[in-house]
Ligand binder design. Structure first.
Ligand SMILES: Cc1cc2nc3c(=O)[nH]c(=O)nc-3n(C[C@H](O)[C@H](O)[C@H](O)COP(=O)(O)OP(=O)(O)OC[C@H]3O[C@@H](n4cnc5c(N)ncnc54)[C@H](O)[C@@H]3O)c2cc1C
Length: 618
């Protein structure tokens, strides 16, 4: 995938500087630079100009380094000793996260004439990759790397103190915060929306955006049979009755109306794919697409959005919440408001809150999910429910960044192509690989390590599923195979099963025995683990092994709310002025979430919180 991010030199000061500072430069920096121009200029001008006064070059130089998903390629335009333009010409970073960070990094690098840009919160790997690519480009331009390695100086030591008065302050610009803001704005309120990252979206941006629509007009028109009662039954069954029923009731009874609003051109006007045959619809452009649209609509409706501005504490007077304090890059804010809606997402990125039993699995959620609202609401003695439940899923690899990555598109293809199966650290099969996720999770938990074993056809299908979903590239596969299990993701190949077993440190002969038993089970038509078997593992190599992990991302516990979306304290009384929406609310799901319902809850509870606040402040 080729993507282009461009930062053009805005400062005439800098241009003046480069004219005087680079006696040898023969080519003026272009005032605007397109990718096509840059390529031409690269061809014409990459020979460094060297004189007695300076060794600096003029032209366009390239640097490349590993980002979160694949390489980040930067092109810098140099005039004398000055970088006059930075373009990121290629990357595959995550939409709304790494992708959103790149222009920020490029601008910082250009404005400060440095490769040592600050890490953009939530996009550490992208920031590291950008810095490394810049260093390579700067070196190839013959510029002084040390001179261009000064850390970005903070523009201010004393931050300005700003007081804002508004009707509603919403904390967190994920799906719940955006829908809460938009519904409150449409109800006539003034809204300030705070986001601690430099981009909106949180976990919502990372999600597939399958959204529950039970009780909606669309579902009725599309002839899907469903009801609030059925949804409630499914949530309770799926969550093994660990759900908090009053929260379930809020969801099942309001999700239809919220979904109608979400897709209504007069409402949130978010694009969803139709028709559906289940109770969920998929947002166009996945979670990232839904977030982008919602953010645009919040801004169009007059919402004041402050990025990189975390809320730090609640303003509490006489037990009532009257606003928040927040801290931006250049200012600290006191925001007085009639109502505060907390929409800070989950707490999966905070090891102090994630129960220890889950911490041995790999985290695959948003970096900003640090449970800030859980900490902030201690000031009002907020009641918390289901904090012991974290959503775990099987079929995951660990990316080089250390983050967990779901592999459903790969695993699905592999099992269809031939007889792939899973083994544990003893080289033995241990579960129905294609059974329910919950059962596979329980079985994987019992083992120290688990590996997916594949033949050539299933390995090709696995990777086709993953590359087709733009999760990684064929070049990544080549690199990882060469790496031979030395670092994540563990993906190894060999001519024989025993070659693979040796690298994975499985007991000699165990994998061959597992394959024979598996193929016999296919012939006999019965599997000891209850998998319905039809395809054998090939008798010929090569074979492959991929280490599979349990990953966790969404958290299922959090604030206790009432039917008006108000936060309750430990005496079960509503805290005046304080509302919550989205994953920060506990209890909807029980011990595992029902597909589509968390994203659906973010949309629904955000809408509900916005409308409740409007009722309250009228
Ligand atoms: C990889 C992944 C896949 C998923 N897939 C699905 C799926 O298919 N179906 C489904 O139903 N659910 C899915 N989920 C879960 C679902 O997406 C989330 O539960 C839901 O989107 C959460 O929305 P939210 O608005 O509550 O939180 P988020 O979207 O996480 O937004 C919270 C925002 O608050 C910000 N914030 C935090 N603290 C502060 C602070 N102090 N000040 C200011 N801002 C702050 C965060 O930076 C973030 O932007 C998935 C989650 C992940 C991570």
């Amino acid at each position: 995938m080729k993507k282009l991010v461009s930062v053009l030199l805005a400062s005439s000061l800098l241009l003046a500087g480069c004219a005087s500072g680079a006696a040898s430069a023969t080519t003026a920096a272009p005032e605007t630079t397109t990718a096509a121009q840059t390529e031409k200029e690269t061809a014409a001008e990459t020979t460094p100009e060297t004189t007695a006064e300076t060794t600096a070059a003029a032209g366009v130089f390239t640097g490349k380094a590993q980002g979160f998903h694949g390489d980040i390629v930067v092109e810098i335009t140099v005039d004398g000793e000055t970088i006059t333009d930075i373009q990121v010409t290629e990357h595959s970073e995550t939409e709304n996260i790494g992708e959103a960070a790149l222009p920020i990094l490029a601008k910082q690098a250009l404005d400060n004439q440095t490769i040592m840009v600050d890490t953009v919160a939530g996009a550490t790997i992208t920031s590291d990759g950008f810095r490394a690519a810049m260093e390579e480009a700067v070196k190839s331009a013959g510029l002084d790397v040390d001179k261009l390695s000064l850390a970005v100086e903070s523009s201010q030591t004393d931050k300005e103190e700003i007081t804002l008065d508004t009707d509603v302050v919403v904390v967190g610009a994920g799906g719940a915060g955006l829908t809460a803001s938009l519904s409150a704005l449409q109800g006539g309120a003034q809204v300030v929306l705070l986001e601690k990252m430099s981009f909106a979206g949180g976990a919502s941006s990372m999600a597939g955006a399958g959204t529950t629509a039970t009780g909606s007009k669309w579902l009725a028109e599309d002839g899907v049979e469903d009801s609030p009662e059925k949804l409630k039954e499914d949530l309770l069954k799926n969550g093994h009755n660990f759900n908090h029923e009053p929260t379930v009731d809020i969801f099942v009874n309001t999700v239809g109306q919220a979904f109608d609003w979400l897709v209504d051109p007069e409402g949130a006007n978010v694009e969803y794919q139709r028709p559906t045959t289940s109770r969920t619809y998929s947002g166009v452009g996945r979670g990232a697409g839904v977030v982008k649209t919602l953010l645009e609509h919040v801004e169009e409706a007059g919402g004041q959005v402050l990025m990189s501005t975390p809320a730090t504490e609640l303003l509490v007077a006489d037990g009532k919440v009257a606003g928040v304090k927040a801290e931006g890059e250049d200012a600290v804010y006191t925001i007085n408001a009639k109502a505060v809606i907390l929409a800070t997402g989950g707490f999966g990125a905070n090891d102090d809150l994630v129960p220890e039993e889950f911490q041995k699995f790999v985290y695959a959620g948003a970096a900003g999910a640090t449970g800030d609202a859980i900490e902030m609401t201690k000031a009002v003695d907020a009641d918390l429910i289901n904090m012991e439940f974290v959503n775990v899923q099987p079929n995951s690899i660990v990316l080089p960044s250390g983050l967990g990555q779901y592999c459903n598109p790969g695993v699905g293809g592999a099992y269809k192509a031939s007889g792939a199966f899973m083994v544990n650290e003893k080289g033995e099969r241990f579960a129905n690989e294609q059974g329910g996720a919950y059962d596979l999770i329980q079985a994987m938990k019992e083992n120290q390590a688990t590996y997916l074993i594949l033949d050539e056809a299933s390995f090709a299908a696995f990777n086709a599923g993953m590359t087709g979903s733009k999760i990684y590239t064929d070049e990544d596969v080549e690199k990882w195979l060469e790496n031979n299990g030395a670092s994540n993701p563990v993906m190894v190949g060999g001519d024989t099963l025993e070659d693979v077993a040796k690298v994975l440190d499985l007991p000699e002969g165990a994998l061959t025995a597992a394959a024979e038993a598996y193929n016999q089970a296919v012939e006999g038509g019965t599997d000891e683990f209850g998998r319905s078997l039809s395809l054998k593992l090939s008798g010929d190599g090569p074979y492959y092994g991929i280490q599979m992990w349990l990953r966790y991302y969404a958290t299922l516990g959090g604030l206790h709310i009432n039917e008006n979306m108000q936060v309750l304290n430990t005496s079960q009384e509503p805290v005046e002025g304080l509302y919550a929406a989205g994953e920060v609310v506990g209890g909807l799901e029980g011990d595992i979430y029902l597909g589509g319902s968390l994203f659906g809850w973010a949309m629904t509870s955000g809408y509900d919180a916005g409308t409740s606040v409007i009722e309250a402040i009228k």
